[in-house]
Design a binder for this molecule. Sequence first.
Ligand code: PT1
Length: 280
Amino acid sequence: MSSTGAPCPDWRADRPLIMGILNATPDSFSDGGRWNSVDKALAAAEAMLESGADLIDVGGESTRPGAEHVSVDEELGRVMPVIEAIERDLHCPVSIDTSSPVVMSRATDVGACLINDVRALSRPGALEAAAASGASVCVMHMRGEPGTMASRTDYDDVVRDVIDFLADRIDRLQSGGVPLDRVLVDPGFGFAKTTEQNFTMLRRLEEFECLGVPLLVGMSRKRMIGDATGEPVERRATGSAAAALLAAERGARVLRVHDVEATRDALAVWAATRDSGRVV
Ligand code: PT1
């Protein structure tokens, strides 16, 4: 990890952390206007920080169901200018959402403090790149690839099966040289799960505490929220904030969200009900 990058927030802080989502994909920040896409991404990151984000998750590959594969060069071209601009101008903690070992190394070299891999370091060289980087690592549960995962939803018990998978990944990370205090896990909402299975995981989220590492969750604007509310993706902020709040109540330590302000306010109300009464 670069000495110039902001360190990660304390994953074991006394309040849940907010991770703001920044998609560095061509469709997200290009409208042919006056500002180039890096300036727009930077402005979006700044707005999320002002709204209360604790770190910014930069991703150059869409992993939503059915998404297409992107080449490593394409991914680097999307994320590197954005991470460099954030490091230069905003000095905030940055996480890199990637499965590519090359992108992991390059992003952490310029200061990213967390590797967020939805494929749980399954690509050849990913574990080695992550260990060498000195960064924190979030490993997530998924089956297959985003293009095909929708059909792979046969579980004995979705919560137990996902816990077993994550426990195995934690072991592999430790054997590979990533210390436990730099590991986070994510049950992978919307990745090879039906809506019912997603809500089973949310209802039983406390069971993941047995893994002994901080839990990161991402339900923001996902289909499970649309199925519960009947709202299209652009109207899921309120449902997403409610889901984030329930996850916080059940022990989630990091909330990966698009709508930072709604999440912050939901968490502030939740915090006011806690023993200390101390506001977030
Ligand atoms: C996530 C996550 C992620 N989600 C982590 N990283 C996405 N650690 C990207 C839908 O059902 O949950 N955790 N990086 C986005 N992926 C999806 C998946 C988007 C499912 C939408 C859906 O709508």
